[in-house]
Write a protein that binds this ligand. Structure first.
Ligand SMILES: Cc1cc2nc3c(=O)[nH]c(=O)nc-3n(C[C@H](O)[C@H](O)[C@H](O)COP(=O)(O)O)c2cc1C
Length: 189
């Protein structure tokens, strides 16, 4: 898949705009891991800023604490099984989730963690603030770099013209799919 580089600000946050489930990649240059995250959100356009909620007990969590970095990889339905798998297994038992779920490492530009090649969009993030929420942390981060599949990007945001299918987690093993866009007009009075 040919990906184009886009500026981390002011529009890279739009890759998260439809509230799609994401695969978080972590790594320190020696080892890496992946986990799934439904609770993610854009926070600021410029500089691009996002937040994810991560359980502190996740195998991935110390990587984020130690490196201050992580990748956000936005999957399409093509890798839905891997998204569920990465969210249902822990790196403490599955040492290489990339291999286990047949995903390819995409080299990052600014962070040590690899990205997921099969994802349709990728954000490289550096932690700016961690807010303690007992068992979880709200992790706020700046977007340092971003890539997106060229065919799926138009007018500074997602383009559904070429078969894009994004995944939205409904809970348990269920997901909704967004696969088209509509133009909306404000009703006349
Ligand atoms: C679809 C899906 C969405 C999830 N969303 C979140 C989330 O938003 N935040 C979170 O901390 N864990 C979430 N999880 C759970 C983690 O992905 C899961 O605990 C994972 O096994 C942690 O991996 P690790 O121990 O290898 O780091 C989700 C799991 C699934 C299947």
């Amino acid at each position: 898949m040919k990906k184009i580089k886009i500026d981390p600000s002011p529009n890279a946050y739009r890759l998260l705009n439809p509230g799609a489930v994401a695969l978080i990649s972590v790594g320190d240059g020696k080892a890496d891991n992946l986990f799934s995250v439904t609770w993610n959100m854009p926070l600021k356009r410029d500089p691009g800023m996002v937040a994810i909620l991560s359980g502190k007990g996740h195998f991935s969590y110390p990587y984020i604490e130690k490196t201050g970095e992580f990748g956000i990889n936005i999957p399409s339905t093509k890798i839905a099984g891997a998204v569920l798998g990465c969210g249902r297994t822990t790196g403490s038992k599955v040492p290489d989730k990339f291999a286990r779920f047949k995903l390819t490492r995409q080299v990052s530009e600014k962070i040590k963690a690899p990205l997921v090649e099969e994802a349709v969009g990728n954000l490289e993030c550096r932690v700016s603030q961690i807010i303690d929420l007992d068992a979880s942390s709200l992790i706020i981060a700046n977007i340092l770099a971003a890539t997106v599949v060229e065919d799926h990007y138009k007018d500074d945001g997602w383009c559904y013209d070429n078969g894009l299918e994004l995944l939205h987690h409904l809970g348990a093993d269920s997901f909704a799919v967004s696969d088209h866009e509509i133009d909306v007009k404000i009703p006349e009075q």
